[in-house]
Ligand binder design. Structure first.
Ligand code: HEC
Ligand code: HEC
Ligand code: HEC
Ligand code: HEC
Ligand code: HEC
Length: 734
């Protein structure tokens, strides 16, 4: 029979899941790490050192709470503060209120939540999510790298940072904004930036919130609690870890004096037995091994680089996560799929490139679906100094050809398919002679250290034991003796000199550059969410089978451009580093002005509100889009209390398009739609027809009018009292 004390203890456990040990990378997944070092990881990752100061260990840090009420639901906020481990098993946040009796604890948590509710604009919204977005988000989540750290769908991999009950915590807009820029909220970089564009972030947020029930906007209701909440926030040490507020240096006894076996009376963590022993081991051995290699191992663990990379035999992708590392280049095998090892990487990569990569903007393997995340300069700075210190290679011995142009010309020949045929396997500006498509040639000299290149070219197997890259100078002999006297060092140098020209390097033999056309097929429209000129990153392009195309700006919620002819040329997007804009094909592109397309004006002459390209207009909210059978979109958004459906349907007869805006109720008085602002548009005699550049004509409801100021004209359509409006955009084929 159970004792009364045990029964009471059971009753005291909240009715949710039992607390799980905090999820911290390293010890779980990599048992080879020494206990003292694993303990050192815990001291920073659990933020012990945010309160126990005096050592040189940097605390991981915690979310910035300055706008937490916009991001996190008020009910969750209160619950989490009162009982973090029951609310979110596996969280690394300690329970600091746990010493208070139950009633006082909930009152304190409520007061603190009320205080936090006053930060930011304090308006939290949860909404329904779009089913199609959920599907796209699920795919992305398991493809771009989330599943390297978090548990993939249907699994619970030990040590994964929890996403438990996330649908109770966030709303769609708040979670999307967090995923677009996680470092803004969590500057410690443990949740890194995966370079999601707005749409990708919204799709993944929709997937994570797929079970959410809509709630009306809510904000804090108990202003009388705020002052007390603010005082408690300081008193219980919340500000030791969280902004806003200032941490106190002497909040707790210094780290050096902590007794190894003792427990913390102020901050409770449901540590596993192993974790407890590891912390004790770390506290018992305050003198750390200062070797750069150990420091590197600790840094790679803290930031969880080892979730994707291995360095020598440490870390690497574990079997449970392996299926989520995928590639679009099946010919290249494992190295197209699994992120490159970091063994010797300090001697391999140019320090500038290494920095660029660590800040997340140096890609060399566009086929790899997993992305190299950005961790924030402050968090990787020390690692970037340590890697080149720890890794080294002797300088390469070779004779440089004095005449640089002659060397480059020889390099040009060697790379081509009549000689060493690097282009048979490597891409040159995104193209290769075959379909192997290994690492890009034109960025090699910017990425690699010159010495490493020489060593690697002479003995590729020494660096990648299983590589299919041939050895071109077996036993120091050139397979092409006719160039540069067959001297291996001079030939390698020549290739280097040539590759150093980067994108300026002349195209080698074997590469044929062809534009990459993209457009509608099979009677259906195509959609491409990308960056478009004059719109920025939130563009949604649609190419219609009848030869008309639009780019809709989902940031500013306006029609950005329309053109007739082909849809787009993609080499700027699909070659290179993937950051280019779609280059519209076809005849003249008619661009519409940046800024909101809808505005409430005091009268017909009032100035249109100005807004720069890519800035978000106030009062608008994008709600996604739906597609009809022919894949033609209806964009949905709200403005001024109005739910708007904005549909674009092409006319099979020619390059012409009918746009229908439908409102859920009559539009308020004074609402106008700006259709165009171009230099000198001509209104024709017939009311409701306007001529724009490139032979584009607009047919509008008769109420539309042209107003001029100086050289430019604006076409406005009054909408007050209307429930819909139809506009036809037609290109005159003459
Ligand atoms: C390198 C490991 C890593 C990768 C990759 C990663 N995360 Fe995280 N994520 C974390 C860690 C660790 C935390 C908890 C951070 C903390 O304690 O501050 C976290 C936190 C989060 C949170 C906040 C949870 C909450 O309760 O507020 C969300 C949401 C999230 N991650 C989603 C994602 C998504 C989506 C991706 C992929 C686009 C992703 N993560 C990729 C490690 C990672
Ligand atoms: C030792 C450091 C530490 C202390 C002290 C601390 N927290 Fe936290 N807190 C964290 C960490 C780390 C996280 C992120 C954990 C996670 O995502 O699971 C967090 C998360 C949160 C969150 C969720 C924020 C978000 O955007 O997801 C809130 C709210 C919060 N803490 C409030 C508090 C309050 C209130 C206190 C004081 C009563 C407090 N914390 C004390 C470290 C701390
Ligand atoms: C929010 C601040 C805070 C955090 C975070 C924190 N502590 Fe403490 N800790 C204190 C304070 C204050 C005391 C002294 C009063 C007490 O015992 O409650 C203390 C006491 C201790 C003691 C007993 C002191 C002694 O030797 O007599 C130990 C051991 C300890 N902490 C270890 C840890 C460890 C390990 C962690 C991280 C897993 C940690 N603490 C996290 C504030 C904190
Ligand atoms: C979610 C998986 C993931 C995590 C976590 C991750 N990386 Fe990467 N990393 C990649 C991918 C994918 C690439 C290949 C990118 C490319 O070349 O296009 C890469 C490439 C690199 C490279 C370039 C190597 C070469 O030979 O070109 C370096 C250096 C690197 N990562 C360092 C780090 C460091 C340091 C960390 C931790 C702070 C880290 N990575 C965390 C996925 C990851
Ligand atoms: C038969 C195919 C093949 C040929 C021919 C070939 N390579 Fe490679 N090379 C590869 C493969 C495969 C890799 C490993 C790619 C990876 O890690 O993604 C590689 C790797 C490299 C690397 C290391 C890149 C890095 O960042 O790790 C360099 C440098 C390189 N090759 C240069 C060349 C040059 C220069 C030539 C011509 C003289 C050449 N290769 C010819 C297949 C080839």
């Amino acid at each position: 029979m159970r004792s009364t004390a045990a029964a009471l203890a059971l009753l005291a456990v909240p009715a949710t899941l039992p607390a799980a040990p905090p999820a911290v990378p390293g010890p779980h997944n990599h048992p080879e790490m020494a206990a003292g070092l694993a303990g050192e990881v815990l001291l920073t990752e659990l933020n012990c050192v945010a309160c126990h100061r005096g050592g040189d260990l940097p605390a991981k840090g915690a979310p910035d709470l300055s706008a937490v009420a916009t991001r996190v639901s008020p009910a969750y906020l209160e619950e989490f503060i009162a009982a973090p481990h029951a609310t979110k098993p596996g969280t690394t946040m300690p329970d600091v209120l746990g010493g208070l009796p139950e009633g006082e604890r909930t009152a304190a948590a409520r007061a603190i939540a009320d205080y936090l509710g006053t930060l930011g604009d304090g308006l939290f919204t949860a909404g329904p999510v779009d089913r199609e977005a959920v599907g796209r988000g699920e795919k992305l989540f398991h493809q771009v790298g989330c599943a390297a750290c978090h548990s993939p769908e249907g699994t619970a991999i030990r040590g994964s940072p929890p996403l438990h009950r996330i649908e109770d915590k966030y709303g769609l807009a708040g979670l999307t904004a967090f995923l677009e820029d996680p470092l803004a909220v969590r500057p410690g970089g443990r949740m890194p930036d995966l370079h999601l564009d707005h749409f990708e972030a919204a799709d993944i947020a929709s997937y994570l919130l797929r079970d959410q029930k809509p709630t009306p906007p809510r904000r804090v209701r108990r202003p009388e609690n705020v002052a007390r909440g603010k005082a408690l926030f300081r008193e219980f040490g919340c500000a030791q870890c969280h902004a806003p507020g200032t941490a106190v240096e002497t909040f707790a006894p210094p780290l050096a004096g902590l007794a190894p076996g003792a427990t913390c009376g102020s901050a409770r963590y449901p540590l596993s037995e192993t974790q407890g022993a590891q912390i004790a081991a770390a506290l018992a051995t305050p003198d750390r091994d200062p070797s750069p290699e150990v420091e590197i191992q600790l840094a790679l663990t803290r930031l969880n680089c080892i979730a994707c990379h291995r360095r020598d035999s440490y870390g690497g992708v574990p079997p449970g996560r392996d299926p989520f590392f995928t590639t679009s280049n099946l010919n290249l095998g494992e190295q197209a799929r699994i992120p490159p090892p970091l063994t010797g990487v300090g001697a391999k990569l140019d320090p500038k490139w290494l920095r660029k990569v660590a800040l997340g903007d140096g890609r060399a393997r566009p086929y790899m679906h997993t992305r190299m995340p950005a961790f924030g300069a402050a968090n990787v700075g020390r690692l970037l100094e340590l890697l080149p210190e720890a890794d080294s290679l002797p300088p390469a011995a070779f004779e440089r050809t004095a005449d640089e142009r002659a060397a480059q010309a020889a390099g040009h020949q060697l790379v081509g398919n009549k000689n060493l045929s690097c282009v048979a396997c490597h891409t040159f500006k995104g193209e290769s002679a075959t379909t192997l498509d290994a690492v890009e040639l034109t960025t090699m000299a910017a990425r690699l250290r010159e010495d490493w290149f020489h060593h690697f070219m002479r003995e590729p197997q020494r660096f990648h034991p299983s590589t299919i890259m041939p050895s071109f100078w077996p036993a120091g002999k050139a397979v092409r003796p006719e160039l540069l006297d067959g001297d291996p060092g001079r030939q390698i140098d020549a290739i280097w000199q040539y590759l150093k020209r980067g994108r300026e390097a002349p195209t080698p033999a074997g590469i044929k550059r062809e534009p990459i056309e993209y457009g509608p097929a099979g009677g259906e429209a195509v959609m491409l969410r990308r960056q478009y000129r004059g719109i920025g990153k939130r563009g949604i392009g649609v190419g219609y089978p009848s030869g008309i195309n639009i780019a809709f700006d989902a940031g500013q919620l306006r029609l950005g451009s329309v053109w007739a002819g082909g849809f787009g040329e993609m080499s700027g997007v699909w070659r290179g580093q993937g950051s280019g804009s779609v280059h519209e094909r076809g005849r003249g592109v008619v661009r519409f002005p940046a800024g909101p397309a809808l505005a409430t004006l005091a009268d017909r002459a009032a100035a249109w509100p100005e807004l720069a390209e890519s800035k978000r207009p106030e009062g608008f909210q994008f709600q996604g889009y739906t597609l009809d059978r022919q894949q033609r979109p209806t964009f949905r958004y709200t403005f001024a209390g109005l739910a708007i459906a904005d549909r674009f349907v092409d006319d099979p007869e020619g390059p012409s398009l009918t746009r229908t805006l439908t409102f859920d109720k009559p539009a308020p008085a004074g609402l106008y739609l700006r259709l165009a602002a171009a230099e000198d548009p001509e209104a024709t005699a017939e009311a409701g027809t306007f001529q724009l550049p490139h032979n584009l004509s607009l047919k509008t409801p008769a109420a539309a009018f042209l107003r001029r100021s100086g050289d430019t004209g604006e076409i406005l359509l009054p909408l007050g009292g209307e429930t819909s409006a139809t506009i036809v955009y037609a290109f005159d084929s003459k």
